[in-house]
Structures are given as C-alpha cells and as structure tokens.
Design a protein around this ligand. Structure first.
Ligand code: MN
Length: 195
C-alpha cells in the first residue's frame, strides 16, 4: 500500500510561484496524485501486486492488458513524483555538458523539447530519456511512461491541462518556457544521467 507521504513535494507549495502557483501545486499534488495513489491501493488490494515496488507494478502491468487500470494509476504516481522532483526553487545548477554536446546548444535542446511538448496532442508527458546509449526527447500519451520500455528517464514535463490551466489557461507554450527557463532542477538531471 502506498501513501502520499512517500511521494512528498521537495519544496513548499508556494515555492514555484509565479511560474507554477500554490493553488496549482496544491491541487496537482494534494488532489490529483493523492487520487492516483488511492485508486492504485484499491486496485492492488489482495492481488500479486500488493507487495512489490511501484516500478515492478508498472513494468509487470504494462504487459498485462487486463491490468491497464493498475498500470495507469501506478505510472501516474511515478510520472508525477519524477516531475515534481525535476523542479526546484531558485535553481542555480547549470545544464549538463552531455546535453549541450548531444543537442548542439542549450537553445537547441530547449527548442526541441518545447517543439515536442507543444505538439503532443491531448494529455501526456514530454521526456528526456536515455534509450540504450542514446539521449533522446520523446512524448508519451496519457499515463504511459518510458520505464515500461526499459528507457532511463532523465527529465519530464507534465503537459496534461491540469498541470498548467489555472496559471496559463490555453497557453501551453508559455508554461513550457517557464519550465525550461526557470524550473528545471539540473542537479536532478545530472544525477539521472549518471545511471
Ligand atoms: Mn499531472
């Protein structure tokens, strides 16, 4: 059984304002993530998923069509925890050299990430992942997650409307700019690149 306290925000709910408001973070973490955890607990009770790790639940249910609801809720818990940990208040770390080398420049990386995030139709996430030896930017739809495909997540951005609509209304591109320019925790990214 899982608990929201196992997936805390690494900052106060007002820490990311004005780029992400306190109201958005309170709703996004305190309501949306809490609901995914509650749903997951109800779905796995008295099943073989009850006593395994979140990542194991995701990887096993990903290949089991009848467990799609379990997959969706477990993946949403993982994806959100990863997203919230990928941001910081008053961030000072620099973008890692490996990303600049791969994409040519900081600007090129941001442009490619933004192009992906603004072109994702509907709900989902934009990710920087390591797939084999290659760093790449991908989109996933709905709850889908790269850890279901043996890719290593490096950074993600939630582009479900609930992530930005209170603060940016329909302007997803402005939300993506705030994320890339003001919110990314490059220390978290650097740690993930070492895996
Ligand atoms: Mn979300």
């Amino acid at each position: 059984m899982f608990d929201l306290a196992q997936f805390p925000l690494p900052y106060e709910t007002n820490a990311l304002a004005p780029y992400i408001s306190q109201e958005t973070l309170e709703t996004h973490h305190g309501k949306h993530v809490a609901t995914y955890i509650n749903n997951l607990n109800n779905l796995i009770e008295n099943t073989p998923y009850e006593n395994v790790s979140l990542v194991q639940i995701i990887q096993e249910s990903a290949n089991t069509p009848k467990d799609k609801k379990i997959f969706n809720n477990a993946a949403q818990v993982f994806n959100h925890n990863f997203f919230f940990n990928g941001m910081c208040k008053d961030c000072t770390a620099k973008i890692p050299d490996e990303i600049i080398e791969k994409f040519g420049s900081t600007e090129n990386f941001k442009k490619q990430f933004k192009d992906a995030a603004t072109s994702l139709f509907g709900s989902g996430y934009t990710w920087l992942v390591r797939d084999g030896d290659e760093l790449k930017i991908i989109n996933t739809n709905n709850a889908d997650t790269p850890i279901a495909y043996n890719m290593v997540p490096i950074l993600n951005l939630d582009v479900w409307e609930h992530a930005y609509y209170l603060d940016y209304k329909n302007k997803r591109a402005d939300f993506v700019d705030s994320f890339l320019d003001k919110l990314v925790n490059w220390d978290f990214v650097s740690e993930n690149l070492k895996q």
